[in-house]
Design a protein around this ligand. Structure first.
Ligand SMILES: NC(=O)c1ccc[n+]([C@@H]2O[C@H](COP(=O)([O-])OP(=O)(O)OC[C@H]3O[C@@H](n4cnc5c(N)ncnc54)[C@H](O)[C@@H]3O)[C@@H](O)[C@H]2O)c1
Length: 252
């Protein structure tokens, strides 16, 4: 039980990768505050954790809303007593050619994927500093590193997440707070299901060295490692978990 007595907030914990992270951390003994704009999804995650004997609570939170984020973090403290880990996972993808991206879509993508990471981090930092302990793990994407048509705006938010991770890691290292990112390749979740049809999936399998689409658990295992004491000297890094895709020149 690597996470016994640890308390984690996981944003976007009601679906896909976020749900996988909640279940994996809970399996290792962590207590989980599941933050999601979709309360039903968050409750489903809590149900799965409590059924397995763990402790968790659901919070309806829009990570792009500063007031809502601050209020929810304040509610976590009396309920769980502390916050050891924050996983900034909530995100949206609205694939589109750049000429068709409206100002509203651009703003909402920045607000959820990047501002949300800032707002949630800002809300937990004073508490982590006070305890001289904390792990902040941000979910970026392989698209922070490589371009793809339909994803220029999404990739820009994720590159921002990686840069924010580095800056925050430098700022918080002296307070014994580790800040890292995980950059997934393509992972089987409702988001990917909506974005990628089966024909495109077959094409992707030809360029992913491990020849399979990733699972939420693949990402959760990387998050678990970065949240563990084994990773206590790792900070400011982005670990790409993508079946080798980010290492490939594309010719196989
Ligand atoms: N699935 C992939 O292939 C893939 C690849 C790279 C990166 N990612 C990233 O992983 C993260 C999780 O993606 P997923 O595939 O599990 O997606 P998903 O759509 O299955 O889950 C995202 C969750 O975030 C929640 N959410 C959305 N907006 C929110 C907001 N404003 N406030 C709070 N919660 C909000 C949703 O309700 C949902 O529960 C995202 O940051 C995504 O960009 C996913």
């Amino acid at each position: 039980m690597q996470m016994k007595d640890k308390v984690a907030i996981v944003t976007g914990g009601g679906s896909g990768i976020g749900q996988g992270i909640c279940l994996r951390l809970a399996q290792e003994g962590a207590q989980i505050a599941v933050f999601d704009v979709n309360l039903d999804g968050a409750r489903d995650t809590v149900k799965q954790i409590t059924k397995a004997g763990g402790k968790a609570a659901a919070f309806k939170v829009d990570v792009a809303n500063a007031e809502g984020v601050n209020d929810s973090v304040k509610k976590v403290l009396p309920k769980f007593g502390k916050i050891d880990i924050l996983v900034n996972n909530a995100g949206i993808s609205k694939p589109s050619k750049v000429v068709n991206i409206t100002g509203e879509v651009w703003d909402s993508m920045l607000n959820v994927n990047l501002k949300g990471v800032f707002l949630c981090s800002r809300a937990v930092i004073p508490h982590m500093k006070e305890r001289k302990y904390g792990k902040i793990i941000n979910i970026a994407s392989i698209l922070a590193l490589r371009g793809s048509s339909y994803y220029a705006h999404y990739g820009a938010t994720k590159a921002g997440v990686v840069a924010f991770t580095q800056g925050l890691a430098v700022e918080l290292g002296r307070h014994n707070i580790n800040v890292n990112a995980v950059g997934p390749g393509i992972i089987d979740t409702p988001m990917a299901e909506g974005d990628v049809n089966s024909e495109f999936r077959q094409q992707l399998l030809k360029v992913i060295p491990m020849r399979r689409i990733g699972t939420p658990n693949d990402i959760a295992n990387a998050v678990l490692f970065l949240a563990s004491e084994e990773a206590s000297y790792i900070t400011g890094q982005c670990l790409y978990v993508c079946g080798g895709w980010s290492a490939s020149a594309g010719l196989m």
